[in-house]
Design a protein around this ligand. Structure first.
Ligand code: ADP
Ligand code: MG
Length: 680
């Protein structure tokens, strides 16, 4: 049996179907049998007609008690069949299925599976699937439902997969070592593959799924950890001098670092002094003080004779970092400069020259830093801020501007450690799990439309007291043109109708960086009272005097994003407020709003986000370069993930290169699955 053989040789697959299967990503026999169901329908246990609930999908086992009637209506036809069991009767209805005419015989038994419609006791079922009594093709068992079928019907795809499984017929080679199967009580590969498609009971499917999820997570985790090990054994990194003390800069700061900041700095320091290249993720909630951590690391790199670079996702943020760095490093004889797009040619050339000959110690900027002509004299440390905006590729690209520089990736999306290990599996992780002291909780309210006037009065009250407000525009489908329109519309409304007496301005992503900076600068200096904005202000910008944020159509934002946005206020001494204006009454909407009102803890929020949105959406917006999972779901399968991480850690500790006889299969598994894709 050849798993790589073309799916066109599987029974029941003609040229037409090959094309459709290919569209589903199924090219080989292996692809076919690993095309897992999305869900199942339990068509195994019949229900009495009298017990059927309106809207539920059920199996009924009934006797045909009349002939199939075939009614013609405006060129269409409708077929009706009256059926009954001991508890009641029902009418089965089809449209345009005249061929069914002679299918049913009075007094014979049939099984129908479909959706029940119960109107005032009149029960109907429209277009059900059915079997004659005694036959079990469409009913009488648990039926897999596949995620996508294009023009293939579920039935056809199911038949093809059944045929594929028959060819395999229990002859799949085991992919997991015997000891792992035994220790973790997993089913074998043949059993699991068969039962994931055709379980006899729900219990079967759970057992099968566990085995397949386990394998998928284990191979991913092993591949990522192996990748990390390979960095760590590679002693080609920079060993920054132990003589340069971070404490020299820490003592100069205008505030005392939190315990959490000191702890992560120690981790970073140790890592920098080691001869291997650092690849570290720094996680911390909004406002936890990541920037200053990056600055201390940069200080160390510079005083050891290297250059450092900080890459931020927006020009505004880069500018703000620059100001902070300059302020805090001013007595330490370190030269920080800014590089963003839109500089004049002359200005840029001069800057690049200073960079190349080492006059610039720390270069702070945006994506512009990645450009080819940006060359450092000796880059020793790369920091990327708000990692979810940068892909792994960009990270690599910028690292290549130095010789194995240390890399620190900062993210404000707090995710549980277990998930971080698999999402950023190739990185070490440091977490700042504490906010600087005296931070006030941002009071958050979720309100409907009817509260608009009260909200506006509240904004006015704050402005009268000298504060400033952000008003965040609804997201429009990641479409900048439309986002622009909605920000302009909102601006008109606030400036002309609601607050003509105040200084209202707006800012959006399509403006030139310079324009944006000017507006932010004026807002910072208190020359704007109300700033209408798209999510360009989402990351990092600090305006301590603004203490109120109104988010329009808050229901359109994910929780993690709302949390990020909200983090823009509450940065000064004033009590701050976040008002979520939302529409729609869905359970999910209300629950999301409630989470925001109840907690300021980013970890709690991101876990909730994950739960409510499902891991697909959640990671879709933030993951880069991680292989997609065929069957595992990082949220639901967290318990398995935890076990797997344990197992993977132990295996690699004992056998880092997976060379032992009992681990050969694992080596092969990760080789096959990941090495090519991760390009290692
Ligand atoms: P984030 O982690 O969201 O990037 P920042 O680095 O922007 O947070 O820090 C938020 C604010 O807190 C900044 O104004 C910063 O100067 C201040 N800050 C950082 N660490 C401390 C500390 N230990 N004590 C007081 N303020 C701090
Ligand atoms: Mg930040």
């Amino acid at each position: 049996m050849d798993l790589d053989k073309d799916v066109k040789y599987v029974k029941g697959v003609g040229p037409n179907r090959v094309q459709l299967l290919n569209k589903l990503g199924i090219f080989t026999l292996k692809d076919l049998i690993t095309y897992y169901p999305r869900t199942y329908e339990d068509r195994s246990k019949p229900k009495n007609i009298a017990e059927c609930i309106n809207g539920e999908e059920v199996l009924i086992e009934v006797i045909a008690c009349g002939r199939l009637s075939d009614v013609h209506l405006n060129g269409k036809t409708m077929q009706k069949l009256l059926v009954r069991d001991e508890t009641g009767s029902a009418t089965i209805i089809w449209f345009n299925q005249s061929y069914l005419k002679n299918k049913f015989e009075i007094g014979h038994k049939y099984k129908f599976y479909g959706k029940i419609n119960n109107q005032f006791g009149k029960i109907t079922m429209i277009s059900p699937v059915f079997d004659e009594n005694g036959k079990n093709f469409n009913t009488g068992k648990i039926i897999p439902i596949y995620p996508l079928t294009y023009q293939l019907s579920q039935n056809v795809l199911r038949k093809i997969i059944e045929a594929g499984l028959k060819e395999v017929d229990g002859n799949l080679e085991e992919t997991l070592p015997e000891y792992i199967i035994k220790e973790n009580n997993l089913s074998n590969i043949n059993q699991a593959t068969k039962l994931i498609h055709f379980p006899n009971e729900f219990e079967d499917f759970k057992i099968a799924r566990k085995r397949l999820v386990f394998e998928e997570l284990l191979s991913t985790q092993l591949a990522l950890l192996a990748l990390k090990n390979s960095y760590q054994n590679d002693e080609n990194g920079i060993a920054f001098s132990k003589e340069v003390k971070m404490s020299d800069v820490i003592n100069q700061l205008p505030f005392k670092l939190t315990k959490a900041q000191l702890k992560v700095l120690e981790e970073i320091d140790t890592n920098m002094e080691a001869p291997t290249a650092m690849n570290r993720l720094l996680q911390g909630d909004v406002g936890s003080g990541k920037t200053v951590v990056a600055m201390c690391a940069a200080y160390k790199a510079v005083k050891c004779g290297y250059q450092a670079t900080i890459m931020a996702p927006t020009a505004i943020l880069a500018t703000q970092h620059l100001e902070n760095f300059q302020r805090m490093l001013k007595n330490l004889n370190i030269n920080c400069e800014l590089l963003i797009s839109g500089f004049s040619k002359k200005k840029k050339e001069a800057l690049l020259e200073r960079l190349a000959n080492g006059e610039i110690d720390i270069l702070i900027g945006t994506h512009a830093i990645i450009e080819e002509n940006v060359q450092f004299k000796n880059l020793g440390l790369v920091v990327t801020d708000e990692q979810h905006r940068f892909g792994v590729k960009q990270r690599t690209k910028i690292s290549q501007k130095g010789e194995n520089p240390d890399v620190l990736v900062m993210t404000a999306t707090p995710i549980p450690r277990t998930l971080a290990i698999i999402l950023y599996g190739d990185l070490d992780i440091s977490i700042i799990d504490e906010l600087p002291p005296n931070r006030k909780k941002i009071e958050t309210f979720a309100v409907g439309k009817s509260m608009t006037e009260r909200v506006n009065n509240f904004i006015e009250k704050q402005i009268k007291e000298g504060r400033q407000a952000y008003i965040v525009c609804p997201l429009v489908e990641e479409n900048e043109e439309l986002d622009l329109k909605s920000v302009e519309k909102l601006y008109e409304m606030y400036q002309k109708e609601i607050f003509p007496q105040y200084r209202v301005e707006y800012i959006h992503g399509k403006m030139k960086p310079k324009e944006k900076d000017e507006i932010m600068e004026r807002f910072k200096n208190g020359n704007i009272d109300i700033l209408i904005s798209t999510t360009v202000i989402e990351v990092g910008v600090d305006v301590p005097n603004s203490n109120i944020m109104v988010i329009e159509n808050a229901e359109r934002f994910g929780l993690a994003q709302l949390h990020q946005l909200r983090g823009r206020v509450g940065r000064g001494d004033y009590q701050s407020y976040c008002i979520l204006k939302y529409e729609g009454k869905g359970e999910n909407v209300r629950e999301r709003m409630k989470v925001m009102c109840n907690t300021n803890d980013g970890f709690v929020i991101s876990e909730k986000d994950l739960e409510l949105r499902g891991s697909g959406d959640f990671f879709g917006t933030m993951q880069h370069g991680l292989p997609e999972f065929k069957i595992a779901n990082l949220f639901e399968d967290m318990p398995i993930l935890k076990i797997v991480q344990n197992v993977a850690g132990r295996i690699l500790q004992d056998d880092p290169k997976l060379e032992k006889q009992e681990n050969k299969l694992l080596g092969k598994l990760i080789q096959d699955k990941f090495m090519k894709r991760l390009e290692i």
